[in-house]
Design a protein around this ligand. Structure first.
Ligand SMILES: [Zn+2]
Length: 409
């Protein structure tokens, strides 16, 4: 196929893509629904296997986190899928998508609806089942062309991105180590804007242990864990520094039992985000010294669980180059390609931290993600597949520059 024939072929796929997307959206794949995720795994395996040299099912790691009672819980995640093509080629690109959504199996939002002739509403239509179809269509078109022996690819589809990729992060980092460029299929904004730099993020749980006592008979023997925790929370919240884009969000609190009991346990869950890696290190040190101080000064004792799992994604030279290439591809297609910084995180953060330059919003155009109003623009399926095809072609011809950057790093 010539380059023009490839673009026409992508356009010819448009209505089939919408139909497939509706089928995928109707399969519930909330991160905790392992049966639904197994169905997604089967569906994507059917789609990608015919164009890949090899297919691998990877079992996700289990992860531990502290719950709102302060107890450690183990969570299992769905399997990952890995497809690869031409692993021997000199330039390697890693394409990443997630099969899970934020909608659990008992959520009322379970099926797709066409709102008008270009808007499809439905769970995962934008985030990111539509995006994985964009990826697949671009790869099919790329494989139909003849000039592809310079570029090999790996596709990694994980099943726990929406809860922070705790079970898939090691596989992501390992795959990043063998690639020179990353392409991730989170949705772009509805106006087409893609993400540039991203904040880093960490989730933490602070547990305060006091001493319970009868509030009437021996109040003075008690040590109120809720009061101790509330003072600590105030100090945590005060670490927020908006001038540096550093935020501490106290997200959930629990504690206490009955009116007549001095509470012996209180738990708070909070999220920290920051723009720069140095700030992440600094705020972690501040938290550690606060923890020491609380345990020294207070009669209550404190435990801190959690860590930063999404490092900030800052713009590297390779990332800059990829953004320029994508803008060139857009210009050839008559599509305006603009980038904007965001406070949201995705697997692009972790791939960038592993040294892999990547563009992470190559999926469909859409909005209201993570709500029951999630929608995507249907014509963006073909449009974004053409854009990705352009980037794959550019990587095949000029990706050597990224190889040099990676080796020089
Ligand atoms: Zn997503």
């Amino acid at each position: 196929m010539s380059a023009n024939e490839s673009l026409n072929w992508i356009d010819s796929q448009q209505s089939a893509l919408v139909e497939t997307l509706k089928e995928l959206s109707a399969i519930n794949s909330g991160t905790g629904n392992l049966n639904g995720l197994a169905s997604m795994e089967a569906a994507f395996s059917d789609l990608f296997t015919p164009i890949a040299d090899s297919v691998e099912v990877i079992v996700s790691e289990e992860a531990e986190h502290a719950d709102l009672e302060g107890n450690l819980q183990t969570t299992r995640y769905g399997n990952m899928l890995k497809f690869s093509k031409r692993p021997e080629a000199p330039i390697q690109v890693l394409l990443v998508g997630h099969m899970d959504t934020v909608f659990p199996i008992d959520h009322p939002f379970q099926s797709p609806t066409e709102i008008d002739d270009n808007v499809l509403k439905g769970p995962g239509v934008a985030d990111m089942k539509g995006g994985i179809l964009v990826m697949h269509t671009a790869l099919r078109a790329f494989e139909n062309e003849s000039t592809n022996d310079q570029l090999g690819w790996q596709v990694l589809l994980n099943a726990d991105e929406e809860t922070g990729s705790h079970g898939s992060k090691d596989a992501l980092v390992a795959a990043a180590g063998t690639a020179h460029a990353g392409m991730i299929y989170e949705p772009a904004l509805a106006d087409g804007t893609l993400s540039r730099a991203r904040k880093g993020s960490g989730n933490f749980t602070l547990v305060a242990h006091g001493r319970s006592a009868h509030a009437g008979r021996e109040f003075e023997k008690g040590e109120n864990a809720i009061l101790a925790l509330s003072q600590a929370m105030g100090q945590l919240a005060a670490l927020t520094d908006l001038s540096r884009g550093l935020t501490v969000n106290i997200a959930r609190v629990s504690g206490g039992t009955a009116f007549n009991v001095v509470p012996d346990t209180a738990v708070c869950q909070f999220n920290i985000r920051c723009v720069r890696s140095e700030d992440q290190i600094e705020v972690k040190q501040q938290m550690d010294s606060l923890l020491q101080q609380w345990n020294k000064d207070s009669r209550a004792s404190f435990e801190l669980h959690g860590k930063f799992t999404r490092p900030p994604k800052e713009v590297s030279p390779g990332h800059q180059l990829m953004m320029e290439w994508l803008q060139d591809c857009g210009a050839q297609l008559g599509v305006d390609v603009a980038f904007k910084d965001t406070g949201g995180c995705c697997d692009g953060n972790n791939l960038a931290a592993a040294g892999l330059p990547n563009i992470d919003t190559l999926g469909v155009l859409g909005g209201h993600i993570h709500t029951d109003q999630e929608f995507m623009l249907m014509d963006s399926l073909a449009q974004r597949a053409k854009l990705s095809l352009g980037l794959l072609q550019r990587l095949a011809t000029e990706g050597e520059q990224l190889v040099t950057l990676r080796e020089g790093a």
